[in-house]
Design a protein around this ligand. Structure first.
Ligand code: ARG
Length: 657
């Protein structure tokens, strides 16, 4: 048990007694939730703020309740000081001897004293899940690293984790490469490098499809633009004299219209650019003209594939391994693996039965030829079979939920997916519960968009999505440049290794350290900064400890095999101890709302405290051998917590940087 759990368990009994027999568990938990780490260490290490609401509820003075709680909680062995302050805050200071005991336990334990849960769950984590046959892009980094971190933290805390990469391996993009292969393949190129030729075919078909799409939409976009322009001119010409209200409204309307106009112009420009790409290339233009019905044809190829057409199915069988090879290269570089890769295609044969079951149970009915599930609280129903017989994304996801519950006995399923799919998951989860899957937790662990410097979704200069591969290359090469500068004397191999670990670590950490629900601005400079909340800073802090140990010629194992006393000579040593012992508490917090950034913040605070400790507490020249031993033990614990924490975030740490 960590400090917080100890405190909670001490307060639980007395709170239950005060709340009375008919109080609910939720009430108790809400009061216990008010025991937290102190904001400022002048108020002790932890603070219990539950006397205020309890006083209100019982009609008693909160200070009086606070004193009663303190008396009843039996904190003698745990706290050296307990104070009731202000309106009824309880300030709790952990006793040094308790802290030292816990540090000793952590020091000799592989898990750093972090206990496994008493309540293990089977948690399926659905993450990364790209649509294959298209290159992976910057958007995929978030799902991939957040999902991996959540999997590792769940495992560390003793849960049974099943990671599943729910590939989009059955959609229109295969219709596109099948069409591309049938019409545009360069046999020679395919022979030598199928992965890159398939990638080229995908892009080629995309360009032609977008060209026709843009041409179709252009007149409408133009028309809307003209209408908006006319509306703007009309409003601008209105003269409201000195009617302040109307003048204000006029300004507002003008601003609003200007914003809309800017969006519409951007849309027009982007369609214009799409058309220009083809028009400026006579050969491409001729091909585009010849394939003017390409969108419908691609759809037809997809339908044929789904209906079991022999030729298309065999092309799919041929292409899929190449697509997997392509994404696998990125997963290897990111050092990420999955227990299962069950893509959409895996569920294809189960979809008819899912729809039939919904119909049989009267949970779905026909509307305009389509089979729909009508759910409370939504305007549009969830369509599970289209008029033409095709199944959809939600149908596959329903089959997937059923499979994961039946085959894996999942207690929870976490979907680490872009926030734009919010509506899909809301409906999906409601439909699944309606279908009878009421016990499993279904959570959309959603995340925001990666933005460029301009605050808009991150794009290349040419306006294309940023490929994931290029992103990794750039991060590594920038990190390598820094490594070369810092360690010019190191041999090439070592520099390359540092460049890789620091570059990939920086990229992952930049993402993980953001509150996942927010958008964040992508910046190589920031993510690779040696100071600030970056992986680089943490990796250096870890390497610094190893440097100290090397300089003193100490094997960290020996510290753990024959531990000495912990001594708090300076205030910062005690502060470091309290922070180290909060590790388990923070890991548990991460899993409450699935927020890895809490672990990042914690590690950053820890590394900063360590920097202060390192400044104020000499190790080599410590006043006594005992004090040196204690400081080395604190350093070792810090390095193991930082490198262990980074490992849980999927980030490597090196002993030498
Ligand atoms: N392939 C989907 C996409 O790229 C994400 C799939 C997420 N997982 C799921 N079970 N729906 O948008």
């Amino acid at each position: 048990m960590n400090a917080l759990e100890h405190l909670k368990s001490r307060f639980a009994e007395i709170l239950t007694a005060r709340l009375g027999a008919d109080a609910s568990e939720a009430q108790l938990q809400s009061l216990l939730g008010m025991i937290r780490p102190a904001q400022d260490d002048k108020f002790g290490d932890y603070q219990a703020n539950c006397a205020m609401p309890l006083g209100k509820q019982l009609g008693k003075a909160p200070r009086e309740i606070a004193s009663e709680l303190v008396e009843g909680a039996n904190l003698v062995d745990l706290c050296s000081n307990v104070e009731v302050a202000g309106p009824g805050f309880i300030n709790l200071t952990l006793s040094d001897s308790w802290l030292k005991d816990q540090l000793r336990i952590a020091l000799v334990d592989e898990q750093l004293g972090v206990a496994k849960t008493d309540n293990p769950r089977t948690v399926v984590i659905d993450f990364s899940s790209p649509n294959v046959a298209k290159p992976m892009h910057v958007g995929h980094i978030r799902s991939t690293v957040i999902g991996d971190a959540l999997a590792k933290i769940h495992r560390f805390l003793g849960h049974r984790v099943i990671t599943d990469n729910h590939l989009g391996d059955w959609g229109t993009q295969f219709g596109m490469i099948i069409y591309g292969y049938k019409h545009f393949v360069d046999a020679q190129a395919y022979e030598t490098n199928p992965v890159s030729e398939l990638g080229r075919l995908y892009k080629y078909v995309r360009v032609i499809m977008d060209y026709h799409g843009a041409k179709t939409k252009l007149p409408e976009v133009q028309e809307t633009l003209e209408k908006q322009q006319a509306a703007l001119e009309r409003i601008q010409s209105e003269d409201h004299g000195d009617n302040k209200g109307k003048v204000k409204q006029q300004k507002k309307d003008i601003n609003r219209l200007n914003e809309k106009l800017a969006d519409q112009r951007a849309l027009l420009d982007s369609h214009g650019a799409t058309i220009e790409t083809v028009d400026s290339d006579a050969q491409l233009q001729a091909v585009a003209e010849k394939h003017s019905d390409i969108a419908a044809a691609v759809l037809a190829e997809t339908v044929k594939l789904h209906q079991g057409d022999v030729e298309n199915k065999s092309l799919w069988d041929k292409f899929l391994p190449y697509c997997l090879e392509d994404i696998q290269r990125l997963y290897s570089r990111l050092n990420i693996s999955f227990d299962h890769i069950l893509g959409e295609s895996f569920y294809h044969d189960q979809l008819a039965a899912v729809v039939d079951d919904f119909i049989d149970k009267k949970l779905a009915r026909e509307s305009d030829g389509a089979i729909c599930v009508f759910l409370d609280g939504y305007e549009a129903p969830m369509i599970i079979r289209k008029k033409d017989g095709a199944y959809l994304y939600p149908t596959t996801d329903l089959a997937t939920i059923q499979y994961r519950i039946k085959e894996w006995q999942a207690d929870a399923m976490l979907y680490v997916v872009d926030h734009r799919q919010h509506d899909h998951f809301d409906k999906l989860f409601d439909a699944a519960r309606l279908w009878g899957h009421k016990d499993a937790e279904l959570t959309h662990v959603s995340f925001g968009t990666v933005l460029g410097d301009d605050g808009k979704p991150f794009k290349t200069r040419a306006g294309d999505t940023v490929g994931l591969e290029g992103l990794l290359d750039e991060a590594e090469s920038r990190a390598l440049a820094i490594a070369r500068e810092q360690n010019s004397q190191l041999e090439e191999d070592r520099q390359l290794e540092i460049g890789r670990v620091v570059g990939i670590g920086a990229l992952k950490y930049a993402d993980l350290s953001q509150n996942r629900s927010s958008d964040y601005k992508f910046s190589y400079d920031k993510m690779l900064a040696l100071r600030g909340n970056t992986a680089t800073y943490l990796q250096y802090a870890n390497a610094r400890v190893h440097g100290i140990l090397r300089n003193l010629d100490i094997n960290p194992r020996s510290l753990r095999d024959t531990p000495g006393e912990f001594i708090f000579e300076e205030t910062v040593e005690r502060q470091l101890a309290v922070q180290l012992l909060r590790y388990s508490e923070v890991l548990n917090d991460v899993l409450i709302e699935y927020k890895p950034n809490l672990l990042c913040n914690y590690l950053f605070d820890l590394a900063q405290l360590f920097a202060r400790f390192f400044d104020q507490c000499p190790v080599r020249d410590a006043a006594s051998a005992e004090l040196q031993q204690s400081r080395l033990q604190l350093s070792d614990l810090t390095a193991r917590t930082i490198s262990g924490g980074l490992e849980l975030l999927g980030i490597e740490a090196l002993e030498r940087i």
